[in-house]
Design a protein around this ligand. Structure first.
Ligand code: PEP
Ligand code: MG
Length: 579
């Protein structure tokens, strides 16, 4: 290979080893018509293939005791897909009515389902499409007599010094590779949000995805270095390069172990300012991870994922999800954000509400107030769960005080009706608001009088203040949450919260960025909410920060009399060790 190949790094680790090419043979998927008397045998054939696929997944699950919840959940979801009538019954119907063979019927039915998914441009749905295709691939392999157990036979038993290169990898493949302690992974296709990427992050395996034509240029046994941080695969010809990376790998392994140690330390800066770290979580295993990391509570439970199925979840389903989450948190507060559908996250069941400009349309709290039956259902579910632990309600996408009043009115009316049903709901359950639109940020003093806490959504605040669609790659170079305009607004929000004695949390991506932690600290933020994986590095950065120095630097920047001219150079200065 040439000296370096680049793709997208999905985990920041380093792996050093020899290439093992995993090239599953082309699947033979013939298409032919059946005679009427061959239909029953064909139905039997696909049933057997489905059974064998289920057994294969079942065996993998049994062996995966130490592979983490994410991997297990993915395999469980594949098992469910292979039982789903939309796939199984509909494929059998095609064999019967169209008199075509099993492979052909399965391909046709899968294509139909994928076409339905494709109409919805959404990351969550893209993952479900990937799940469907991977589950179907297991059945196709069985039908073609090239069963999935082959991957086990295709890779050596000990992969500690091996970097596996494949066109793409499914969760079942990942499970086998993880068991054999693979050093690193490279796939030709897939993005950073693909399931194999999510799994690699969760299993902490260094991985690069989207490295096109990797199999054309890499030879079996070739010595390579995988740098997940830069998404680079380097030829390991050079002794000094190899030594450099071996040292780097050692440092990175030590750093990871080192960072975890900070989780047990008091949340206090060098100069004695106390801060609190909260978690952002939506999937069950994320709540567990947040709790294990010792968070002060959940600062943001996004509820959109509950609505991502074909049907809107009923009150009971939602109640069970909120109750499970608050029970895991074991007495620490859970902040449930009401449905923030719209914009980039529109559940299929609510797709009818899509307007000409979704980011500025009927989304967030506006949508909930417009379909108040749905909103009531969610509020009732949250209130019922609040009997099992401390819960607070967070309202997304506020732009006016009237919206807050309407929402509070509905919350009170749901509370009264539940009391009428003999449920003891906390009368003081806090209701907070996301400050993530320019209107909310500029009228925060007035809003704060009607709210019990504030939560700054820097993702949307940046999008709306900078007039930059957060989804649009073409303008992503301008998406800068450290822009002076945004920092000024955050300072104002924090000041309003302080004046009115309300807690203020930052729950956008900025809060989970270890470099930005000191910037927020300098703006007066002391409550940070972030995904569990970011907790150790942010905590270290804050523990080692001098809050007084951070405040001085940030205030000078906002007054325009400091040395730093841009948010980015301010970041540099804040993270430079003090002389
Ligand atoms: C935000 O906008 O910063 C936020 C936390 O919410 P979301 O990313 O879900 O829009
Ligand atoms: Mg938002």
């Amino acid at each position: 290979m040439s000296l370096v190949l680049t793709g997208i790094g999905v985990t920041s680790g380093i792996a050093i080893g020899q290439v093992h090419r995993l090239t599953p043979g082309e699947l033979s998927l013939p298409e032919y018509h059946l005679d009427a008397d061959a239909v029953d045998a064909e139905l039997e054939r696909i049933r057997r293939a489905l059974d064998r696929s289920q057994r294969f997944l079942g065996k993998l699950l049994e062996r995966m005791v130490d592979s983490g919840d994410t991997a297990r959940e993915l395999l469980e979801s594949h098992r469910l897909i292979l039982r789903d009538p939309l796939l199984v019954d509909a494929t059998c119907d095609r064999i019967r009515s169209e008199k075509i063979n099993a492979e052909w019927a399965l391909v046709k039915q899968t294509e139909q389902l994928v076409a339905e998914f494709k109409r919805i441009d959404n990351d969550y749905i893209a993952l479900r499409r990937e799940d469907l295709e991977q589950a179907v691939n297991l059945v196709q392999r069985e039908l073609a007599d090239q069963p999935s157990t082959l991957i086990g036979a295709q890779v050596p038993h000990q992969l500690g010094r091996t970097i596996v290169v494949a066109p793409e990898l499914g969760p079942a493949d990942m499970a086998v590779l993880n068991q054999r302690r693979v050093a690193g992974l490279v796939t030709e296709h897939g993005g950073p949000l693909s399931h194999s990427a999510i799994l690699a992050r969760s299993l902490e395996i260094p991985m690069i995805v989207g490295l096109h034509h990797a199999l054309d240029v890499l030879e079996e046994g070739e010595a390579v270095i995988l740098d997940g941080h830069y998404g680079a695969l380097l030829a390991a010809h050079d002794e000094s390069l190899l030594r450099h990376y071996e040292d780097k790998r050692e440092v990175s392994l030590r750093r990871r172990a080192d960072l975890r140690r900070y989780l047990g330390r008091p949340s206090r800066t060098l100069d004695g300012t106390n801060f609190r770290l909260f978690g952002n979580a939506e999937l069950p295993e994320e709540f567990q991870r947040c709790r294990d990391a010792g968070v002060a509570g959940i600062g943001l439970m996004r509820t959109e994922y509950l609505f991502m199925g074909d049907q809107v979840p009923d009150e009971e389903t939602q109640y069970r999800a909120y109750r499970a989450a608050v029970e895991v948190m074991d007495g620490r507060p859970l902040t449930v954000r009401t449905l923030d559908a719209g914009g980039d996250k529109l559940p299929p069941a609510l797709a009818v509400t899509q307007g000409p400009n979704p980011a500025l349309g009927l989304r967030g709290l506006r949508l909930s107030l417009a379909v108040s039956d749905l909103f009531r259902q969610q509020l009732r579910a949250i209130l019922r769960a609040s009997v099992f632990g401390p819960i607070q309600i967070l309202l997304p996408m506020i732009t006016s005080i009237e919206e807050v009043r309407q929402a509070r009115h509905l919350i009170e009316s749901c509370r009264q009706s539940l009391i009428g049903e003999d449920l003891a709901i906390d009368p003081n359950l806090p209701v907070g608001g996301m400050i993530e639109t320019p209107a909310a940020a500029l009228t925060v003093e007035q809003l704060a009088r009607e709210l019990d806490f504030l939560s700054i959504g820097t993702n949307d605040l940046s999008q709306y203040v900078l007039a930059i669609d957060r989804q649009d790659e073409l303008v992503s170079y301008l998406y800068d949450p450290t822009h002076r305009s945004i920092l000024g607004l955050i300072a104002g929000i924090v000041a309003s919260g302080r004046d009115q004695k309300l807690p203020v949390t930052v729950c956008g991506e900025l809060a989970g960025d270890e470099r930005a932690a000191r910037l927020l600290l300098g703006l007066g933020v002391t409550d940070f909410s972030m995904p569990p994986a970011s907790l150790p590095a942010v905590k270290k950065s804050l523990i080692e920060a001098d809050a007084g120095r951070c405040r001085k630097l940030v205030e000078a920047f906002l007054r325009e009399d400091g040395d730093e001219q841009s948010g980015q150079s301010l970041l540099e200065a804040l993270n430079r060790p003090a002389e």
